[in-house]
Design a protein around this ligand. Sequence first.
Ligand code: IMP
Ligand code: MG
Length: 178
Amino acid sequence: MNYSVSDVLISAEQIAEKVRKLGEDIGRDYDGQDLMVIGILKGAVIFLSDLVRAIPATVEVSLDFMAVSSYGDSTKTSGIVRIVKDLDSSIKGRNILLVEDIVDTGLTLAYLVKLMHEREPRSLQICALLDKEERRRVHVPIRYRGFSIPDTFVVGYGLDYSGKWRGYPDIRTVEAAD
Ligand code: IMP
Ligand code: MG
């Protein structure tokens, strides 16, 4: 099956407005504190780069990244996650904000949250741009959520289909072309 990029689901303006709001909320909650923002590669990179610029300078932000891949084929999430790239720094005693592009079944983040807790951070919260709630299989506590979306595959603003279409400035649906 061939797929092509279809309708705009969330515009660049809507994203920018939401990112501003999330930055404000995070700024209020961590005012005067340190915050280590951890991006889950690669999908979260574009969102994260806008988000950290929306967090006021009264929060001392640092960055780190983690890359994961699910075991098994791409259509069935196993919930077992392989760390492809681990963090460069220790999170022990730090305030951590995990930034994800989208929460689908929740299995990836549930695994990461468990792993992170074992490393004894001071606090751990999740920020996700998109939430496909209908698809959730395990509970994930999303403290900062951008948009709830229906059960449809989306690309753009960092999200990909088979490595493609991350560069769109907005969020678009994907449809079968033939
Ligand atoms: P989960 O473990 O099922 O929550 O998987 C979440 C991961 O699946 C995200 O980090 C994305 O990499 C990927 N994913 C889920 N839905 C979509 C989508 O609609 N577009 C692009 N990637 C998606
Ligand atoms: Mg991802």
